[in-house]
Design a binder for this molecule. Structure first.
Ligand code: AMP
Ligand code: ZN
Length: 116
């Protein structure tokens, strides 16, 4: 599977190395790095290297990569030394999405409040 890239996408630039990031985990398909503006003591983003705009753009062809992300989250959490955490995906601008390259927030290191 070739990696799709979108011009002017910050996270594609992080994948290519054009924008630096503080990496936690990387393999040929995914990357996990610390959020630049953390809202919790641990705040990491997990992204597919291939450009998928948002959760609503996930197709059956993306099932493997999305499954791969979730199968690696336990390992990433272990690297971060968090046993319990929240996984967040903001899908669409009104839901709070600001970077239009699929990503899952891993938030931990403090007691989480209610969703809202
Ligand atoms: P969202 O609002 O769900 O689209 O999340 C986008 C996240 O990307 C925000 O939490 C930002 O702080 C984070 N972010 C934006 N640019 C960077 C960057 N260059 N490195 C790391 N995190 C970033
Ligand atoms: Zn992208």
């Amino acid at each position: 599977m070739s990696i799709q890239h979108s011009d002017n996408c910050v996270f594609c630039k992080i994948v290519s190395g054009a924008i630096p990031s503080n990496k936690v985990y990387e393999d040929d398909k995914i990357l996990a790095f610390h959020d630049i503006a953390p809202v919790a003591p641990v705040h990491v983003l997990v992204i597919p290297k291939s450009h998928i705009k948002s959760a609503v753009d996930i197709t059956p062809q993306d099932a493997e990569i999305v499954g791969h992300i979730f199968s690696k989250i336990p390992e990433i959490a272990k690297l971060l030394d968090i046993a319990e955490f929240r996984i967040v995906n903001n899908c669409g601008a009104s839901a709070g999405q600001t970077e239009f390259h699929l990503h899952f927030h891993i938030l931990g290191g403090r007691k989480m409040g209610n969703m809202g």
